[in-house]
Design a protein around this ligand. Structure first.
Ligand code: SF4
Length: 279
C-alpha cells in the first residue's frame, strides 16, 4: 500500500487507509532486509517536532485514529515517542488509538514499563514484521533479529498490554522449505498473544539482495502450490489461547481469506479451497 507524499513514498497498512497519517520518520534506519526495496533510495530522518506539531495543528480536532508513518517509528526511542503521543493528545483530545509500525530491534530498546506508559498515552497498536520463526531464514533475509528475541519482545508487549499485529511472510524460506517454515512460524506465534496474524507473500523486487540471490541461484522461490500449502500448514499449527484474527487480505497474497482462530479454523481451511472468501 503506498501513497505519494510530495518527496517521499509513504507506506502504511491497508487497515489504516482512513486513519490520519502523521509522519514521524522518513526512510528506514535499518534498510538491510534482503527482500525489501521500500526505502532503498531514501535517507533516514526523524521528522522535527515543529513539523509534527504543524501537521497536528492543521488537522481535525475530532480525529479518532492516528497512524505514525515511517518504516519503524519505534526507532525514535521512548522520550521522543512519549512527547509525540502527548502532542497528539493535546491537539486531538478525542483520539482513541495511535498505531505504528515497530521492529523487534527497536522494541528491544524499550522496557516493559516504557511500553506500558506509551500504551497509557495512547499508543494502542503496533504492526510488527516477524516474517518467520526460522533463525536460518531470518539470517538469510538479514532481518536483524532471531526467533527467540522476537518471542521475548512479544511477551514484553503482552505484559505491557500493548496490542500488536504479527506480520509473517510465506514463501520466504524458498522451494521445499515451506512446511517447515510454517510449522516453526506457528510455533513462534503460539508462544505469545497477538491480535492478528497478517500474511504477506514473498515478492521479489528489482535491485534487492533477494533479487541478486535468485539470479545467482542462491535462492529458489517456492511455486504457488507450495505457498498455498504453507498457508494451510500455518493455520493448522496455530493454537492461540485467545481469539486471534488470521488475515491474508493484503494485496501481495495469492488468496484472500480472513477469520478468527481458533473458532474459524475449519472454515479457514475450507476457504483455502475457495479463495477470496472472508469467513
Ligand atoms: S523490511 Fe522494514 S526494517 Fe527491513 S529494510 Fe524494509 S523497511 Fe527497513
Amino acid at each position: 500500500m503506498e501513497v505519494v507524499n510530495t518527496n517521499h513514498m509513504v507506506f502504511y497498512p491497508q487497515d489504516e487507509m482512513t486513519t490520519v497519517l502523521l509522519p514521524v520518520t522518513t526512510g528506514c534506519n535499518y534498510n538491510k532486509c534482503s527482500f525489501c526495496a521500500m526505502y532503498k533510495d531514501e535517507t533516514y530522518k526523524e521528522v522535527p517536532y515543529s513539523d509534527i506539531e504543524n501537521n497536528l495543528r492543521n488537522g481535525y480536532l475530532y480525529t479518532e485514529k492516528v497512524f505514525l508513518t515511517g518504516a519503524d517509528p519505534m526507532a525514535i526511542g521512548f522520550k521522543r515517542m512519549y512527547k509525540i503521543l502527548k502532542l497528539i493528545k493535546e491537539y486531538y483530545p478525542y483520539c482513541a488509538r495511535v498505531a505504528s509500525y515497530g521492529s523487534i530491534r527497536s522494541i528491544a530498546n524499550y522496557t516493559m514499563e516504557d511500553l506500558s506508559i506509551l500504551h497509557d498515552e495512547g499508543l494502542r497498536l503496533l504492526y510488527i514484521g516477524f516474517e518467520t520463526g526460522r533463525d536460518d531464514i531470518l539470517k538469510l533475509m538479514k532481518k536483524g533479529h532471531t526467533a527467540s528475541r522476537a518471542i521475548e519482545q512479544a511477551k514484553k508487549l503482552n505484559e505491557a498490554d500493548l496490542m500488536f499485529d504479527t506480520i509473517v511472510m510465506y514463501g520466504i524460506a524458498g522451494k521445499g522449505q515451506s512446511i517447515s517454515n510454517a510449522i516453526e512460524t506457528a510455533n513462534m506465534i503460539n508462544e505469545f498473544r497477538t491480535n492478528r496474524v497478517i500474511t504477506m507473500n514473498l515478492t521479489v523486487f528489482s535491485g534487492t539482495d533477494l533479487d541478486r540471490m535468485i539470479k545467482e541461484g542462491e535462492f529458489i522461490a517456492a511455486d504457488g502450490a507450495e505457498r498455498l500449502l504453507e498457508i494451510k500448514t500455518l493455520i493448522e499449527n496455530l493454537r492461540p489461547n485467545s481469539p486471534m484474527i488470521f488475515d491474508t487480505s493484503h494485496p501481495t497474497n495469492i488468496i484472500s481469506i480472513r477469520g478468527t482462530l481458533p473458532r474459524d479454523k475449519d472454515k479457514l481451511l475450507k476457504a483455502l479451497e475457495r479463495p477470496n472468501i472472508l469467513v
